[in-house]
Design a protein around this ligand. Structure first.
Ligand SMILES: [Zn+2]
Length: 178
C-alpha cells in the first residue's frame, strides 16, 4: 500500500492496535519513509459518523462564538464582503460568530450528521454533511478557509488540500490571516 503522504511504496511497519468504537479494531501502521501513522484498514464512513456524533456537545459554545467573532472582525477589516468556509465546523457556533461580526457569507462542512442538523436548525447556517469534496463547491469560491483539528482526521490529506486550493480564490487565504 502506497503512503498517502510521501507516496513511498515500501513495507509499512506495525505500530499498535487501535479502535474508534468498540469494534472493529484497526492496525496503526507507520511509513518507513516519512514516519506518518495511519489506520489500516481505514475507518469506514459509518464508523466515523458514529465516532464524531458522540464527542461533540461537551464544549463551551460561547467561547467558540466569541473566537468566531474575533476572526470575523479581522475578515471585515480585509474586505466588507466575502465567502468564508469553516471545514469541520462542528455545531457551528464559531461559524455563527464569524457571520455576525463580518457580514460575510459563511459556509461549513461537518462529518457528524447530528452536528449538521444542530447548526442548520438552531443557528440557521449553511452546512454540508461530509468532507469538502462532497460539498462540491465551485472553483475560486472562498476568500478565506479555516480548519482546526481536522487534517489529522483526513484519510487522504494531499487530495484534501488540493480540493481546498481549488475552491480558494487566487488571492484567498487559508488558516492564517493577519
Ligand atoms: Zn510516507
Amino acid at each position: 500500500m502506497e503512503c498517502l503522504i510521501c507516496k513511498n511504496k515500501g513495507e509499512k511497519s506495525f505500530f499498535c492496535k487501535v479502535r474508534l468504537l468498540e469494534k472493529p479494531v484497526h492496525n496503526l501502521i507507520s511509513c518507513p519513509s516519512c514516519g506518518v501513522l495511519f489506520f489500516e484498514p481505514p475507518p469506514s464512513l459509518v464508523e466515523l459518523e458514529e465516532f464524531y456524533s458522540n464527542s461533540y456537545y461537551d464544549f463551551d459554545k460561547y467561547k467558540d462564538e466569541h473566537s468566531g467573532r474575533l476572526l470575523g472582525r479581522k475578515l471585515r477589516k480585509h474586505s466588507k464582503e466575502g465567502r468564508f468556509l469553516d471545514i469541520g465546523c462542528s455545531t457551528g457556533h464559531f461559524l455563527k460568530g464569524v457571520k455576525d461580526s463580518s457580514g460575510w457569507q459563511v459556509f461549513g462542512t461537518e462529518f457528524s450528521k447530528s452536528a449538521v442538523t444542530y447548526a442548520k436548525e438552531n443557528l440557521g447556517l449553511e452546512v454540508c454533511h461530509g468532507d469538502i469534496k462532497a460539498a462540491g463547491y465551485p472553483k475560486n469560491y472562498f476568500s478565506h478557509i479555516r480548519m482546526n483539528h481536522v487534517l489529522e482526521h483526513v484519510a487522504d490529506p494531499s487530495a484534501f488540500l488540493t480540493e481546498i486550493y481549488r475552491t480558494l480564490k487566487p488571492a484567498g487565504t487559508f488558516c492564517k490571516i493577519r
